[in-house]
Design a protein around this ligand. Structure first.
Ligand code: IPE
Ligand code: IPE
Ligand code: MG
Length: 241
């Protein structure tokens, strides 16, 4: 399949593993939640920077299916932060023409939070500026397992012929079905792993692992990484002409 670099050399879809909030707080002698609050403030700036930087889709990893292993205090604090964040930012997203979507397994989240997520999606459904996808209780393996379950159900119901299943089929069952694959995945905080993020979708993504902790991430750092992306040669298994 012929592929070309994204328009103007920049990535159309950037996905970010926002890591390092806890270490940022600890290095200041503060509780981990202090870092999560600082991290949440960064999200606002990065979302606002997207139109100028030519980023049409931004996906951010907010909470993984593995993050329930943390202390009850941290998990409860994060859930409360998500609720407050959505309540506070909803109007702002509409004003900035940001369309919000959530990916991840929702039933495990509390009803109040789920209600706010539905509301944010409905309120911004008409927005056609930046597409912001927030991964909340998201795990790549969990997503593929849930997708497979729905696919199997369609086969059992006689709506899908197993002979027709190919690599175009599964993505239609993923949480990300209306979002293109990420071009660039950024992880902050110096860890070089993907921690179960967008497993299927990142098959051909470019990666940037940077040492900056998420609460220190700025639109300037973001712009530099996008510039670096523009210089890369994405071959998708082919050869450069
Ligand atoms: C990322 O920061 C935010 C979430 C996982 C919710 P961390 O909380 O993982 O911060 P570190 O990695 O412990 O510094
Ligand atoms: C990945 O960070 C998840 C999020 C950023 C939400 P973690 O801090 O949970 O990942 P590990 O534990 O270092 O792999
Ligand atoms: Mg971490």
């Amino acid at each position: 399949m012929a592929q070309k670099k994204a328009d103007m050399g920049g990535p159309r879809h950037v996905a970010i593993i926002m890591d390092g909030n806890g270490r940022w707080a600890q290095s200041r002698g503060r509780p981990r939640l202090f870092g999560h609050h600082a991290g949440a403030r960064r999200v606002r700036e990065i979302v606002s920077a997207c139109p100028d930087l030519g980023v049409k889709y931004l996906t951010i990893f907010a909470f993984s299916t593995e993050n329930w292993k943390r202390t009850q205090t941290e998990v409860a604090g994060l859930m409360s932060l998500f609720r407050r964040y959505i309540m506070k930012e909803m109007q702002e997203f509409v004003r900035e023409n940001v369309r919000v979507r959530f990916i991840g397994d929702r039933p495990r989240l509390d009803a109040k939070l789920r209600g706010l997520m539905d509301e944010a999606e409905a309120m911004t459904a008409h927005c056609d500026g930046t597409n912001l996808t927030i991964a909340l209780n998201y795990g790549g393996r969990d997503e593929v397992a849930r997708a497979t379950k729905r696919l199997a159900q369609d086969v059992a119901d006689g709506n899908l012929d197993p002979a027709d299943v190919d690599e175009e089929t599964l993505p239609k069952y993923l949480d990300t079905r209306v979002v293109p694959d990420p071009d660039l995945v950024i992880r902050t905080s110096g860890e070089a792993r993907i921690s179960n993020f967008l497993l299927w979708q990142s098959a051909y993504a470019e990666y940037e692992f940077i040492d900056t902790l998420w609460p220190d991430f700025t639109p300037e750092i973001f712009a530099d990484l996008l510039k670096g992306y523009g210089a890369r040669d994405r071959r998708f298994g082919g050869v450069t002409a």
